[in-house]
Design a binder for this molecule. Sequence first.
Ligand code: XMP
Length: 513
Amino acid sequence: MIAILDFGSQFCHLILKKLRYLKIPAKIFPFDVKAEVLQQHNVKGIIFSGGPRSIYEPNAPHPDPKIYALNLPILGICYGSNLVAAHFGGDVKRTGKAEYGIETLYVTNLNHPLMKGLQKEEQVLMSHGDNIEQLPPTAQLLGKTKKVIAAFAIDDKKAYGVQFHPEVHHTPHGALLLENFTKICNVEKTDLHEDFIEKQVTEIKNTVKEDEHVLVAVSGGVDSTVTALIIAKAVPNRLHAIFINNGLLRKNEAEEVNEMYKHLFPQSNYYYVDASEKFLSRLRDVTDPQKKRLIIGQTFNEVYGELVKELRSKGINLKYLGQGTIYPDRIESAAPSKQASKIKQHHNLVPLPKYLNLQLIEPLKDLFKFEVREIGKRLGLSEKFIKRHPFPGPGLAVRCLGQLTKERLDTLREADAILHELVLKYDLYDTVWQSFAVLLPVKTVGVQGDERTYREVIAIRIVESVDAMTATVPELPWEFLKECAQRIVDEVPGVNRVVLDITSKPPATIEWE
Ligand code: XMP
């Protein structure tokens, strides 16, 4: 496997993700992991991640020096490349040649095993204050930008460094470079999740005792559904799946998802709860996005709580709650609060009330979304279901700006359904991350059938993204946009104008609230 040493980079998990895409076994270790620990893990190559510090700062993180003596290939990224260069006798300085953003890499040795397959000029993402002024004595230059040394190799030491970030989306051929490094390390690609389902099933069987039961709240999304199916495999008659209709789902969604779940779970252990009135009565006059999320989270907890009480009153020993938490959820919720400001209160982070006394089971907690989809396929879920766009827990509440009434939500549902139909018709669905309609809290003047109208506005939001942390708006076919505007205004009562949101994330977020 490849060991990734975490020197504090916000992109560390992306290195792991890229390697997992490549089907290369890898694991993140703290930067000061002992060399012996890496040996115990049968590590064949090491990546030093980037980091926010300067290597000569008093408390800058350094690896265990014995790591260099393991004689394993090492690839340093950004801060990591500075460590490697300095260790082997190079000179790293803060020279004022900082680069933050997209730069051009000029590859100076296309034949080097690390650079194979790259072009002479490559787009790369740079984010550094320090740079390598002088390479170590036996190092050779592999690439540079206009300002700095950007890639090098010390072949006799099997040590390599890149000042840019190959792990991010903005370095389009970064995965190729990482793959080249894994080849230098002689690490084979493998089916990383061949026995994932079996392993999880065994673990759950070992955790949940004979008389204990598990509750899973299924939302109609891939993560919670896959979680429930894995738990159902482990404790078939002791899994209870609850699907709550919060009145904030898309057109026909509650009925369709309910129908699917009726076939997936035994009738006696599946509960459909229509709590839409409860949710809507509490949300009606709430317009603050954070308050909406909080109320939704609390109401969800209350509804689960009622089922928990009911089941326990029947003598069922409900001990666990299965949750579809995935690896990026954990990264986001653990985001270092000192630097990272809280952008949104994700509803699933509202703490579970202690009085429910349930322990968590999270079989997907180490997987990325693309891996959950793969597992879903192996469990027999349809391609169509697996490819569904992500849908936020607070549902249409964060897309219906202003008063949250059933009428306004229905208006939004109709517009969103038309948009969805056209996204499919124009073959856009599989190429974008999300596509949806937003109902704005403004009325504008229009004219329809010679009459003045004063109605609401729908915004179209379509974004491309790889991980939802950043997003861009693709160029969309003009015919498609015209048809959206025409059909929404013609067919949705109460709407007389359609606008297109063309803002990236950042500075905007994907959802409007
Ligand atoms: P933003 O709007 O923050 O969204 O750019 C990033 C991704 O997360 C989804 N999202 C949520 N998912 N609960 C969720 O489960 C939430 O409160 C929530 N808010 C946003 C959003 O749809 C996008 O894919």
